[in-house]
Design a protein. Structure first.
Length: 223
């Protein structure tokens, strides 16, 4: 081997330094110069050309260039101690197919970079595509964990309200939490089928109804 010449078997820690090598190994499993050189692109894009959304596959972690079609901010039922929450649904298109992107906010204020999302804008979006309802799907466990976390958070909020005397004691927190999360998932699907649904009004009506159902009766006056 010639002095100063890098070989395919040389560790990336030596060729690029430990910091870069660690990042490449964590992201792509690369350990040697040969691993890096043989990391071929899966797709090729023409600069300025919208991504062919129909070519994307379940489980892909990709960056796409697409045009924004609609932007809708959907209020979520409040959780005690969490403040106002919302979900931003953005539909993008390549002028043939469409893709739905979801952004969550727990602060009650949309992140500054999301204000730039307006219909007609062309931008780049990094997304994880998944339909993982089947138990054998690669991300099924992750989404199931997310569902249980959502119902657990709502149920715990109801329990805190019951302990404080604000919510009725005869309500089962787990059953009511499953109902709330089912409503959220169902409305999301309904809106995707028919974007003309007045989501803000529907959510407002539901949260008002939910508050009435949960509210504890005021103590009766004693003579």
């Amino acid at each position: 081997m010639l002095p100063g010449v890098t070989t395919l078997g040389e560790p990336l820690t030596r060729a690029l330094g430990p910091r870069t090598a660690k990042a490449l190994e964590a992201a792509f499993g690369m350990r040697t110069v040969g691993d890096l050189l043989r990391h071929y692109p899966r797709r090729y894009y023409t600069r300025g050309e919208l991504t062919d959304l129909s070519s994307l596959r379940e489980g892909d972690h990709v960056t796409v260039l697409a045009r924004v079609v609609t932007v809708a901010e959907i209020p979520l039922p409040p959780v005690p101690g969490k403040g106002r929450r919302s979900r931003l649904e953005v539909i993008v298109t390549d002028d043939r197919a469409k893709l739905v992107l979801t952004f969550f906010s727990n602060s009650g204020r949309r992140p500054r970079y999301l204000y730039a999302l307006v219909p007609g804008m062309i931008g780049m979006f990094t997304v994880l595509l998944s339909e993982n309802l089947a138990p054998e799907a690669p991300l099924h466990g992750r989404f199931l964990h997310r569902y249980h976390a959502a119902t657990g958070t709502v149920a715990e909020g109801i329990r805190r309200g019951q302990r404080a005397g604000r919510y009725r004691a005869d309500i089962d927190p787990d059953i009511k939490a499953a109902e709330v999360v089912a409503f959220l998932y169902g409305m999301e699907t309904s809106w995707l089928l028919d974007p003309s649904i007045p989501l803000t009004k529907v959510f407002s009506e539901y949260t008002s109804s939910l508050a009435r159902q949960l509210a504890a009766s005021p103590p009766s006056a004693t003579p």
